[in-house]
Design a protein around this ligand. Structure first.
Ligand code: MTE
Length: 319
């Protein structure tokens, strides 16, 4: 990522992408807290800040991965959330002033039921589940994350999309006073994303409200964010304030910013390299120093469940 308008880049920051990533990974592997990382799995409940409310009545999902989850520290201190800065440590460092409550979500477009709903209205009918999912970032690193959420499809059904609704578009809140990154033109704010209706309705697609049994930390997209486990992480739009049903494919932030690098589908695909790096392997954040990268799996390991959504689609052209 890190596609920036030239006027937003200070000369001292210009580092070739490969060097930039290599250096961060080395720092990460060496356990430098200064790189925004605390390594090692297992640091669980004791790391969770006391001000994050524990979510009640969360049931375990049979759709969870059996892989070991990353620690709360990894998950909450190695983030992409450009509204709070470009470095992986910036979201944790600069999001304390963000106020995720009270919160409303606007539902509009091609649906029978529309309007502006409080977060409580949005969440009320939906039992919460823990879904432990593999998470693959387009930058060729990965984690395993115990999200707490509910199927997006269950929410969509409540608003009764019309037969015209072929896509679902999402928008992040625009609050430059609370989100320092929005004060510079690194991306075209607000951040927007989208899914086809079939992708949005797929049972693996969730809206997350928590992680590790507590509400989402600000840096992970409080109070409500999208998680689509077979797609690169940038599809997982954070701090959602609008969900729109559309007839046409919606504009998305990264595919507008760098169309040659980030497509609308963004399915994890080890065979389609990013123009500036390979997608064949990934480094699991928190893995021991100098451990080998692991192969990236088609659809991030969820091919059996989702490949049929793309029958007849050329996934090299439609990356
Ligand atoms: N959503 C918003 N609004 N802004 C962002 O910069 N970054 C995306 C995605 N959602 C981003 C966003 C990217 S590139 C990734 S990899 C994931 O969030 C990171 O999610 P995490 O920090 O919770 O791991």
């Amino acid at each position: 990522m890190l596609t920036r308008r030239p006027d937003a880049i200070r000369p001292s920051e210009i580092t070739p992408e490969s060097v930039f990533h290599g250096r961060r990974h080395l720092l990460a592997a060496a356990g430098f807290a200064g790189a925004g990382l605390l390594l090692g799995r297992g640091g669980r409940a004791e790391d969770i800040p006391k001000d994050l409310r524990r979510l009640a009545g969360v049931r375990k999902s049979p759709l969870s991965s059996t892989e070991a989850a990353n620690s709360f520290e990894d998950i909450s201190h190695y983030n992409n959330f450009y509204e709070f800065g470009l470095d992986k440590s910036d979201p944790a460092d600069y999001s304390a002033g963000f106020r995720p409550r009270p919160w409303t979500v606007t539902i509009d477009g091609e649906a029978a039921v529309k309007g502006r709903f409080t977060l409580e209205d949005i969440l009320k009918p939906h039992p919460l589940e823990e879904r432990i999912y593999r998470f693959r970032c387009v930058e060729a690193w990965s984690m395993v994350i115990p999200w707490v959420g509910f199927p997006l499809g269950d929410l969509i059904r409540r608003f009764r999309p019309t037969s015209q609704a072929k896509y679902v578009a999402f928008e992040t809140v625009l609050r430059p006073a609370e989100m320092p990154g929005q004060r510079s033109p690194v991306l075209d704010w607000p951040y927007v994303e989208g899914l086809s209706m079939a992708e949005a309705m797929h049972p693996l697609t969730i809206l997350a409200v928590g992680v590790y049994g507590v509400e989402l930390p600000n840096q992970n997209g409080a109070p409500l964010r999208l998680v689509v486990p077979w797609k690169y992480g940038f599809k997982g739009i954070k701090s959602i304030v609008r969900i729109s049903f559309t007839a046409r494919q919606p504009r998305t932030t990264w595919s507008t910013s760098a169309p040659d690098e980030y497509g609308f589908l963004a399915n994890v695909n080890p065979k389609v390299d990013h123009p500036r790096w390979s997608q064949a392997t990934e480094r699991r954040i928190g893995s021991p120093l100098f451990s080998p990268k692991q192969p990236t799996l088609p659809f991030n390991g969820y091919a059996a469940q989702v490949a049929s959504l793309y029958t007849g689609v050329d996934l090299v052209r439609n990356f």
